[in-house]
Write a protein that binds this ligand. Structure first.
Ligand code: SF4
Length: 209
């Protein structure tokens, strides 16, 4: 079996996209195992290690089965860091079967693939990302940590086209993080940073995963 045809998968499940501009859209999620970062605020730490090896064909079978009862055309590759693994073959198979692909990535890795929607979320302390995403990203999601400062938003705003929103994403909808997001939004307005927006995780409000 070619190594590209085996992936370590944490979970596959139907839900809604809870964050960002695609918020509310029914989506099938494929959560890949492993991450190259170890953020202390990570809310999917279970995906760093756990998971089982599956062939791409087996993943496609699961997707087709879930699709029968939850017939959306959107599939989101998430993690962990989904681009740590060679997901090109899976992406090609999904596309050939008519699915639209969203990738949620910390942006430290780029793989050329037919992706409809990149959501990138560079992480502290350095907020590094691959330069390809300046053109490819549809949205930049910034987790609102206690240490997040306006200068990070200023830098990202300079580097990404203004039409790409910078989304302030509070940590697990926690009160202190919501307040911090509000404060940063006001500072962004005063500092003339355009297209900075507040976001929340609506899947939690609806009781989805
Ligand atoms: S990059 Fe994302 S998945 Fe990886 S540790 Fe950080 S928050 Fe968790």
């Amino acid at each position: 079996m070619h190594p590209q045809h085996i992936l370590k998968i944490s979970e596959i499940f139907p839900s809604i996209q809870g964050e960002g501009l695609r918020q509310g859209e029914p989506t099938l999620f494929i959560r890949l195992s492993g991450c190259n970062l170890k953020c202390d605020f990570c809310d999917t730490k279970y995906a760093w290690i756990s998971g089982k090896e599956m062939t791409v064909s087996r993943v496609m079978e699961r997707i087709r089965k879930i699709h029968q009862i939850f017939p959306t055309r959107w599939v989101c590759l998430t993690g962990g860091e989904p681009l740590l693994q060679k997901v090109e073959v899976l992406a090609r198979r999904l596309k050939n079967e008519g699915f639209k692909i969203q990738v949620e990535t910390n942006a430290t890795i780029y793989r050329p693939m037919a992706v409809s929607w990149y959501t990138i979320s560079p992480k502290p302390p350095k907020y590094l990302y691959q330069p390809e995403y300046r053109k490819k990203a549809k949205e930049v999601k910034i987790v609102v940590t206690r240490g997040l400062e306006l200068r990070v938003l200023q830098k990202l705003r300079q580097e990404f086209p203004e039409k790409i929103p910078l989304l302030l994403q509070p940590q697990s909808n926690r009160r202190w993080s919501l307040d911090q997001a509000k404060k940063l939004l006001k500072q962004s307005l005063k500092g003339n940073l355009n297209n900075v927006r507040l976001s929340v995780q609506i899947q939690r409000i609806f009781g989805w995963r």
